[in-house]
Design a binder for this molecule. Structure first.
Ligand code: ASP
Length: 411
């Protein structure tokens, strides 16, 4: 076992977890009571480092841009890629939903026990990006606000030149400490992945999945299509990397995202992969990835588009083109406001439904299988972050292509 690479061990953990989950299906309580806690413990360990990591690495990332103009340029490229691909993602989702008639012929009893979450509106989501109390943002773990605060501090450090060096070195060293802690936590990833997937499989046996199978298939197909169409082609065109090399490099992070259903939890492993396997410079990684883990959620956008359409169909409500265009806009914004934690996309789906007058209660329809959808959308979310990272790195001349010769050995 000692000689196995961590990635292989994570895959083994995943496979064993699925097998045990199937075995435990008649008795899911066992999985929930005795196996899930280890997964929760693992996630707690990761969560412990997320806020300090995102904050310090984004300050360092922003500072490493040398001057505010470079920060603006890279920030512009990053945000443009994130926004365009997300809008494209919802569009793919809606087209697929239309073509496959995803909710047609369904009448599923609504589970009255599922609480309908309160959803913020678009304006509040945008206004809340700038924290009036940055310390509260850090304490609450409000990622968008933490990002805004980190970027402002970073820009300030660049602004004062030499005098800012001390603060830069502090955050740089702080971020390094976080990386070190993460490297140790990651050694437990195979066990964590195993403990997380087992209860999911045990609880969501085929019985629950069947009525909503079509929805699951369409969301999975939309995500796969998006990865193939958008990430393969943009990585190939703008970074001159073969799609195969790209997906191979990011695969461990994808598996991790699939099992944890959390972009934030996957951030550390994605950073490592983008740097070591894909050759993006540290400063680009520490800027583009934490930003992406919070604001770039293509998988979530696909899911929101398809689910909105699905819910409309199940309730027998027509969605004219104008309403579908509104969905593209609100799902893009909703996915930006979605936190990189399990289940967040379902809460933000309420915002999308509200924008076109669909019943929020529709969320209860999909709540039972949300975890299965969440795993896939999270995997796509973090793959989009990695694609953007290599593209920005390549266009800035900060992509070390030599890693591609040895990448097979590093994985
Ligand atoms: N779980 C997703 C993520 O962390 C967010 C979502 O629920 O859509 O990326």
């Amino acid at each position: 076992m000692k000689k196995l690479q961590l990635t292989t061990k994570i895959f083994i953990g995943l496979a064993l977890g699925i097998v045990l989950g199937i075995i435990l299906q008649p008795n899911p309580d066992f999985a929930n009571n005795y196996i899930k806690p280890f997964g929760t413990l693992f996630l707690n360990l990761i969560k412990l480092v997320i806020v300090p990591l995102v904050f310090s690495s984004l300050v360092v990332g922003a500072c490493s841009m040398d001057d505010v103009r470079k920060l603006g340029r890279i920030g512009g490229k990053t945000v443009a890629y994130y926004m365009l691909t997300t809008a494209f993602a919802v569009t793919i989702g809606l087209i697929l939903a239309n073509v496959t008639n995803v909710g047609g012929g369904f009448s599923i009893p609504v589970d009255a026990n599922v609480p309908i979450p309160e959803t913020p509106n678009v304006i509040d989501t945008l206004l809340n990006i700038i924290p009036s109390n940055p310390l509260k943002a850090l304490v609450d773990g409000n990622m968008l606000q933490i990002i805004a605060f980190a970027l402002i501090i970073g820009a300030g450090i660049i602004g004062i030149g030499e005098k800012g060096k001390i603060l830069f070195n502090f955050f740089d060293s702080f971020a390094e400490v976080m990386y070190k802690i993460i490297a140790v936590i990651m050694q437990f990833a195979p066990i964590g992945v195993f403990a997380l997937i087992t209860p999911v499989v045990a609880v969501n046996g085929p019985g629950v999945l069947l009525p909503l199978l079509k929805l699951i298939i369409v969301v999975y197909a939309g995500c796969a299509l998006h990865a193939i169409l958008v990430y393969s082609s943009t990585v190939n065109i703008f970074a001159k990397i073969s799609p195969l090399q790209f997906f191979k490099g990011v695969a461990p992070a994808m598996v991790f995202a699939y099992t944890t259903a959390s972009s934030s939890a996957t951030l550390p492993i994605n950073m490592k992969r983008c740097e070591e396997n894909l050759g993006a410079s540290k400063s680009i990684c520490s800027f583009v990835l934490p930003l992406g883990a919070t604001i770039n959620m293509d998988g979530t956008a696909i899911y929101q588009g398809i689910c909105a359409f699905f819910i409309a169909q199940v309730y027998g409500i027509e969605l004219p083109l104008s309403a579908q265009l509104t969905i593209i806009l609100t799902a893009t914004l909703a996915s930006i406001g979605t936190a990189g934690v399990p289940g967040a996309g379902m809460i933000m789906l309420g915002m999308v439904l509200q924008s076109v007058g669909l019943p929020i209660e529709g969320i209860a329809l999909i709540a039972g299988v949300d975890r299965i959808l969440d795993m896939m959308r999270t995997m796509i979310n973090i793959t989009g972050d990695a694609a953007c990272t290599v593209i920005v790195a390549a266009t800035e001349g900060e992509l070390d292509r030599s890693v591609y010769e040895k990448s097979s050995k590093v994985a």
